[in-house]
Ligand binder design. Structure first.
Ligand SMILES: Nc1ncnc2c1ncn2[C@@H]1O[C@H](COP(=O)(O)OP(=O)(O)O)[C@@H](O)[C@H]1O
Ligand SMILES: [Mg+2]
Length: 458
């Protein structure tokens, strides 16, 4: 809008200057011709000439003397009065031979009915010189420039309109372009969401740039990747779980079939097979109950019943329950409890934690090994450390031992007590997390492993 106003003002300026140049020329021509004849021409002749010139110029002409008093007035009204225009004064003072200016008022007492109040007129003054170059009189022309002003105003209104129209078009176009810029990424995103809804996890959308839309697309891609990974681990979990259940079932089936088709075997034979079936069923129910715990944890239904407990007694009880197993392998278990650790926790679940970790230590430690169970307090935490002199865990396996169904060495795990599910440590991690604690492991293959559980105390 500013640009349009400036343009119109410039156009107006040019129009006015053009009109003024013409008028100045005419008035100076007139004054020049008067300079030659003012001394000898008759007043009538001069008056007549002025009237002609005024008609030609479409204005009112005055001839004033050196005191700015009107000698001639083509309207014949102001003779003898002073002509109060600055341009006349400029010329009379000798500052300049000719001058012009614009005024928004009309001459007092003017009887020109065509002129309205506040009408714009230009005043053009030019000196009439005598033979020796002295200013003897001034020709002044009052010419209405209202037409020019009107044209400029009209132009201003019209150009304003044109400009507004152009502005509207520009705005419309940029809105269209911008909406394209906005809708394209939105379309890309919603297409991505559709693909994901149809099960294409891990689908990516591409939105170039650095704006909010690009951020949104990046967030979507990140989420999509996570969903993809989750989906993969879920199907992995399902297949692992089915496998874990299927193996004992297949074994049981073989055992039962053997019993069915083995005719005339003695009682001891059947008993042995039945014992095998029994341990396979134990294995099955161990897997199922572990799976149930994890399923509960996944659906956030695994809750802990917090009550004031003494962690020390939980650790003691777990060790007591596992002593027969350790004794069987002649493994020495040293219990070293330095501080009492009172906490708000679920003792049954913490028992499961201790039981899983210590039973692993026994399971993965060869005969006549040694296990140290240490409990102490550091700051606001109870720290349980279970170290063994067992087979240890390879560095590549360390980050995974808490994963579901992860077994570092499958062949050996099978040989050991038949009940390993590969779920024990992932249950440990779930329970410890529910208690706002942490569980970590350090190990050196061939030397042993240390599992550390840290839980907040009261
Ligand atoms: N004390 C330990 N020493 C060596 N390896 C261990 C120990 N505890 C756990 N592991 C390894 O971590 C794996 C996962 O343990 P866990 O989840 O309890 O499963 P599981 O005991 O049923 O095999 C085990 O298979 C074993 O390879
Ligand atoms: Mg275990």
């Amino acid at each position: 809008m500013l640009a349009a106003t400036l343009t119109i003002n410039m156009v107006g300026g040019v129009l006015l200057r053009k009109a003024a140049n013409q008028n100045v020329q005419q008035v100076t021509d007139l004054s020049a011709s008067l300079s030659n004849e003012i001394t000898d021409a008759s007043f009538e002749k001069i008056h007549g000439g002025l009237i002609d010139a005024a008609r030609q110029m479409g204005g009112r002409l005055f001839l004033v003397d050196r005191d700015a008093k009107v000698i001639f007035d083509t309207f014949d009204e102001r003779c003898g009065t002073l002509l109060p225009y600055g341009e006349v004064q400029t010329v009379l003072s000798g500052e300049s031979d000719a001058d012009y200016g614009y005024h928004a008022h009309r001459l007092d007492g003017a009887a020109d009915g065509a002129q309205r109040d506040g009408e714009w007129e230009g005043c053009f003054a030019s000196a009439v010189l005598d033979g020796s170059g002295r200013t003897v009189a001034v020709v002044a022309a009052l010419i209405s420039i209202q037409d020019t002003i009107d044209t400029v105003y009209q132009l201003r209104n019209n150009i304003g309109l044109v400009f507004l129209a152009a502005l509207a078009v520009v705005l419309l176009l940029s809105a269209l372009i911008l909406s394209g810029l906005i809708t394209r990424p939105i379309n890309a995103l919603s297409a991505g969401i559709d693909r994901m809804a149809q099960g294409d996890y891990g689908t990516m959308v591409h939105v170039p740039g650095h704006g909010e839309m690009a951020n949104l697309a990046a967030a979507f891609n990140e989420m999509s990747e996570k969903v993809h990974r989750l989906d993969e681990s879920r199907s992995q979990f399902v297949s692992n779980a089915s496998h874990e259940l299927k193996t004992p079932l297949a074994t049981i089936k073989i055992l039962v079939e053997t019993m069915l088709y083995q005719e005339g075997a003695d009682e001891a034979f059947y008993k042995e097979l039945l014992q095998d079936i029994d341990s396979e069923i134990d294995r099955l129910s161990a897997v199922v109950s572990d799976l149930l715990i994890l399923a509960k944890a996944d659906s956030r239904k695994l809750t802990i019943r917090r009550e004031r407990i003494d962690f020390e007694s939980v650790v003691r009880k777990s060790v007591d329950r596992l002593m027969p197993l350790a004794d069987k392998k002649e493994i020495a278990v040293n219990l070293d409890i330095t501080d009492p650790c009172v906490m708000e926790a679920d003792s049954a679940k913490l028992m499961q934690v201790c039981y899983n970790i210590i039973s692993n230590a026994i399971k993965y430690t060869p005969r006549e090994g040694r296990i140290d169970v240490k409990l102490r307090r550091t700051g606001r935490d109870a720290v349980l450390e279970v170290s063994d002199t067992g087979v240890g865990i390879a560095e590549a396996d360390l980050p995974h031992v808490f994963d579901r169904f992860y077994r570092a060495d499958r062949s050996r795990a099978r040989e050991e007590e038949g009940t390993g599910t590969g779920l024990g440590l992932s249950i440990v991690r779930q329970i410890v997390r529910l208690h706002a604690g942490t569980v970590t492991v350090r190990s050196k293959p061939g030397e042993g492993s240390t599992f550390t559980v840290q839980l907040p105390v009261l």
